[in-house]
Write a protein that binds this ligand. Sequence first.
Ligand SMILES: [Mg+2]
Length: 305
Amino acid sequence: MRILIAEDDCTTRKTLAGVLKKNGHEVLEAVNGAEALQSMQPPDAPDLAIVDWIMPEMEGLEVLRRVRAIQTDRPIYIIMLTIKGDKADIIAGLEAGADDYLPKPFDHGELSARVEVGRRLLEMQGKLIEARNALAHEATHDPLTGMLNRRAILNHLHKELSRARRHGGLLGIGMCDIDHFKRVNDTYGHQTGDEVLCGLTHILSESIREYDSLGRMGGEEFLVITPMKAGTDPASVFDRLCTQVAESPITTRSGALSVTLSIGAAYATAESTVDELLEAADAALYRAKKEGRNRACLSEERVRR
Ligand SMILES: [Mg+2]
């Protein structure tokens, strides 16, 4: 672990550092409260800190209060080091944010044991954070393609719409549907179908711009959200996407397969709702299919403008 020792007394500091280094830890040292606080700022914060109570420039208690005010995913495990042995002081230290305390003069065995308790807790905390992040990713991403799932992309659309509302920007969406996808599944099987979906996802993510977003709505349907400058023709953005897909064969276990997309495009301004926008895009997609597929159709009416 990376451990900070904040202690103004040189002898105590060196003794602590000696024990911790012997136990295989990386040791940082601070000689006063201000330095300690500085060393505990993310992103370079240590895993664990041993903080003396009485120090020049800033008391240990104040250091603790300030460190605990920092918003972080990975709080430092803090052991308060103090000659103040009475209960009221221990309570004050714990209330200010210490996780544990160690009375001075300290016993080497007790120090090692308390640091080990901290290590175990930090390890558990790390695993919980990992599990939480994995769950959050699972809840928002499509397991096959790794793209945002329906719920997440629609959430994103809500956010982009409110942003457009605030800044008066244009927002384009494209409902993209693979043409005759059922034929791919029927002819080559579902595994090939899955490879086509993944390959298409790859082409789409390479083709869209950095500030566009892409999600899988379900089946062979994808949604592209594209914030636009006034004067941009949304149809041309999606025409380009159709061409790119048609010209990029996808490698599958059944050989290279070419697919085409039909896209229903719509764009919104300040007053449009998500539902209106999706409805307009769906209607445009229906037209694109009817007019022969492999094309982008723009919703006939600019949604509420
Ligand atoms: Mg001191």
